[in-house]
Design a protein around this ligand. Structure first.
Ligand code: CA2
Length: 148
């Protein structure tokens, strides 16, 4: 099973600024943490971070017939990008949306998420652990599908 982990704009800055909202750990810490859990679960992972909407759309399209699941934190594009929503709809790969912060408790403009319209599950406000929960969910979902 292969899971593609996509992070959107500015998440490469994790640990460098705004530790009060996003924590002190870096993007590489996040990747290492997910890799460790993936190894324990026997799941293959691929990581992609971009500050560019079209590059994220290209990556989602490239996942068609390649990835079995997508974990995505679209960052600010969560609240604006119909293009990312459409790409996820087009590839129809089981998707979990993750946000480090609780977007429901922040500014009003963060309350709308286009990706939530397609995601099987949305995890908010659990910090980096949200990505691990998403990985667990997608890998267990595979077991359930096998049993059907
Ligand atoms: O809580 C999340 O994970 C967000 O997706 C993060 C986005 C924000 O636009 C969403 O509303 C919620 C922002 C990511 C920016 O990350 C930074 C990290 C360190 C320093 C500055 C920004």
């Amino acid at each position: 099973m292969k899971i593609l982990v996509i992070n959107g704009p500015n998440l490469n800055m994790l640990g460098i600024r705004e530790p009060g909202i996003y924590g002190k750990s870096t993007y590489s810490d996040l990747v290492e943490m997910i890799k460790k859990r993936a190894e324990a679960l026997g799941v293959q992972t691929e990581f992609f971070q971009s500050n560019h909407e079209g590059d994220i759309v290209d990556k989602i399209q490239a996942a068609y017939n390649d990835a079995d699941g997508i974990i995505i934190n679209p960052a600010a594009y969560t609240h604006t990008s119909i293009a990312i929503l459409d790409a996820l709809k087009a590839v129809a790969i089981p998707t979990v949306e993750v946000h480090i912060s609780d977007i429901s408790q922040r500014e009003d403009f963060r309350k709308l998420s286009y990706v939530s319209l397609i995601a099987q599950k949305t995890i908010c406000g659990k910090g980096f652990d949200g990505y691990l929960e998403a990985l667990d969910y997608l890998s267990h979902r595979r077991v359930e599908l096998r049993m059907v």
